[in-house]
Design a protein around this ligand. Structure first.
Ligand code: NCD
Length: 307
């Protein structure tokens, strides 16, 4: 695998290998990427993904150059392709890219010699988020096969929902997507859904009660207002009342369910503040695992070994 652009290029075994590598790296002080230069190109807002790629690279001994769209020559009208050619010419070994345009990392990969890692492209894909979500669930439940997960909220605009669903189904989990009708994805959303030999499934519902019944994990999502056309919801208050995940709703509908969130969360909208850090929360673990998974991906893609 030369790049990591989406989950659809991976097999269940491939996902397992990345997660295994992430766990191996958790207490390793090896620096297999010493002498490598990695460009962290974030043309869209980010806190945890950008910082965790940076920490991951430096824990492996690589040097990181961070660059945002603002302040780069994109502001002077330079094209993405020419920007990527510049990264290539200065000798970068790998490129991590986040971009508002779906497909931008694929275009970058055609003009860059080393590995390109998609750190989120529009509403399309966010493969390292999917991998860190899976690692978090695997650590907690031992296996992904047969796990039941509800993803609740703005599924239609969420690259996290899409990549995480792909990865979970690939590994044999059952995913329930839950949202008001206007925020459920259209049928083309999961074009790459694997015919999973592990028996994973995905279903959709507008009923939170139905979605939460018997699930081990619920993952509320932020309203991706920057990608919405408007007019999709009568109001945020009503959304929160019906779909917002609170301690009371969990106690009523799914008492043993654990809570994950890709962040950034809008507390009081899709999730109530006390759930963020409460005993049922795996959110801190997700962020920690983000560093490990990104270390694994960088190490595997750059093909580095200690020798
Ligand atoms: C998400 C993203 O940017 O896709 N955050 C993340 O990377 N952890 C989700 C979001 O923007 O809501």
């Amino acid at each position: 695998m030369p790049h990591l652009l989406d989950i659809d290029a991976l097999t269940a075994d491939g996902v397992g290998q990345i997660l295994d590598e992430a766990e191996r790296l958790s207490d390793s002080s090896d620096m297999p990427l010493r002498g490598k230069h990695i460009i962290n190109f974030f043309a869209e807002a980010s806190t945890r993904t950008r910082v965790s790629f940076e920490i991951a690279a430096s824990r492996l001994g690589a040097q990181v150059v961070n660059i945002a769209a603002g302040g780069s020559s994109l502001e002077k009208g330079e094209s993405l392709v020419d920007t990527v050619r510049t990264f290539q010419a200065v000798g970068a070994h790998a490129l991590v890219i986040r971009h508002a345009e779906p497909g931008a990392p694929y275009l970058a990969a055609r003009h860059f010699r080393g590995p390109v890692i998609n750190a989120g492209d529009g509403r399309h894909a966010h493969p390292t988020q999917a991998l860190l979500d899976l690692l978090t669930m695997r650590q907690r439940f031992g296996a992904l096969q047969g796990l039941r997960i509800a993803i609740v909220g703005d599924v239609a605009h969420s690259r996290v929902a899409r990549s995480t669903t792909l990865a979970l189904v690939l590994c044999g989990a059952d995913v329930r997507l839950c949202a008001p009708p206007t925020l459920l994805p259209d049928p083309g959303w999961l074009t790459a859904l694997p015919s999973s030999s592990t028996g994973g499934t995905v279903s959709q519902t507008t009923s939170l009660r139905e979605a939460l019944s018997g699930v081990q994990v619920v993952m509320p999502l932020r309203m991706q207002a920057e990608r919405q056309q408007g007019g999709l919801l009568p109001g945020l208050k009503e959304y929160t009342r019906i779909y917002g995940i609170t301690r009371e709703k969990l106690a009523d509908l799914a008492p043993d369910t654990l809570v994950m969130h890709p962040g950034p969360a809008n507390e009081g909208v899709e999730i109530s503040p006390e759930l963020m850090t409460g005993p049922a929360s795996l959110i801190g673990q997700q962020v920690e695992n983000g560093v490990l998974v990104r270390m694994a991906v960088l190490k595997l893609l750059l093909g580095a070994s200690r020798e």
